[in-house]
Design a protein around this ligand. Structure first.
Ligand code: PEP
Ligand code: MN
Length: 345
């Protein structure tokens, strides 16, 4: 349910609604203050709530039921776009696309410092690198853990780039949050509600990747879990879904670019695209990056390495910083065309 306050409602009116909902029904609330109006969302099971009574409280314009499983992140509930600012980098509508780049995994201090310098020179504005890697095989490189995070933070500091790294388990949430600016929840953990809620409590932006089998409704419903913790700094990331049948012959996943305009319509949160995991092939990153920005993505996450063939993980999908620069340059031009044409949904 959403309670929309009148433009002239005062603080006392807002508090009265919040008290009423908490005390009478034991529900939690989310108060979204817009430029003109405040919208109060109810969190929890609202079956018992008498919304006619709520609508009659002073300062209330209307109260209505929302049946969608995601409300707090829904554009219907709150139309203003969310722009997330991390150390001066703005992510979201109305801003040039953000370019998140770096290796799949942090391999050594030298490696991440060198890549940080090179992707920074290529025009990237956020540095990525995995320290707690989700790997299929227990025999693969698992990441450097805390040491890796320390190197990542050092490299980000050195080149003035905010950092992002995956938090794979609830038990590492505080540790990862100590070192990085954005907490990544990987595709495999998109359904992990405890991890999402724990990460959201850190009051740092979350980068939530869509699971390769998830519907968009499920994706946004798990973003809702972070929002229900009071953290709406959520960057959504499309990273490909499982290819059907023999589609798998050519790509690791199928990048679902139609998800971009759909998500832009459904939510006010920024949506970025990861063409690296989405294709698994370095020769496809250029075209899929261009397509993602043309479709309205607010940024890209791209895996880059100065020596992709010797990378300890995901070498086949990694590009060089030189190729990254070519991609960033062309994507900025495509973004300018989008703005000029002003035809985004
Ligand atoms: C990653 O970005 O490092 C990663 C493992 O991606 P995903 O969770 O999308 O597979
Ligand atoms: Mn990877």
């Amino acid at each position: 349910m959403a309670v929309v306050m009148k433009p002239g409602a005062n603080e006392e009116d807002i508090k009265r609604v919040v008290r009423f909902v908490r005390e009478r029904y034991g529900l939690r609330v989310d108060v979204s203050r817009g430029e003109f109006q405040t919208v109060i969302g109810l969190i929890g099971n609202e079956d018992r709530v008498d919304f006619e009574q709520l609508a009659a409280l002073p300062g209330v314009e209307r109260a209505y039921r929302i049946t969608s499983p995601y409300r707090l992140v829904s554009r219907n509930f709150f139309p203003e776009n969310r722009v997330i600012e991390v150390k001066g980098v703005k992510i979201g509508e109305g801003n040039v696309p953000v370019f998140i780049a770096g290796p799949c995994a942090i391999e050594s201090r030298e490696q991440i410092f060198r890549i940080a310098r090179e992707v920074h020179e290529a025009g990237a504005n956020i540095l990525r690198g995995g320290a707690f890697k989700p790997r299929t095989s227990v025999h693969s490189f698992q990441g450097l853990g805390e040491k890796g995070l320390e190197y990542l933070a050092g490299a980000g500091e050195e080149y003035g780039m905010p950092t992002v790294s995956e938090v794979r388990s609830e038990k590492h949430v505080e540790l990862v949050a100590k070192y990085v600016d954005i907490l990544q929840i990987g595709a495999r953990n998109m359904y992990n509600q405890d991890l999402i809620e724990e990460a959201a409590k850190q009051k740092k932006p979350i980068l939530l990747k869509r699971n390769f089998g998830a519907s968009i409704e499920e994706f946004l419903s798990f973003a809702e879990r972070a929002a229900a913790q009071g953290n709406k700094d959520i960057i959504l990331c499309e990273r490909g879904v499982l290819p059907i049948g023999r589609g798998r012959q050519f790509t690791r996943y199928s990048l679902d670019l139609s998800a971009v305009p759909v998500i832009r319509k459904e939510t006010y949160l920024p949506i970025i695209v990861d063409p690296s995991h989405g294709t698994g092939r370095r020769d496809l990153i250029y075209s899929m990056s261009k397509a993602a920005i043309a479709a309205g993505a607010h940024g890209l996450m791209i895996e880059a390495h100065y020596n992709p063939d010797e990378a300890l993980s995901d070498g086949p999908q990694m590009i060089t910083p030189k190729e990254l620069k070519r991609i960033i340059d062309v994507c900025k031009r495509i973004y300018a065309v989008n703005v000029m044409e002003d035809n985004m949904p």
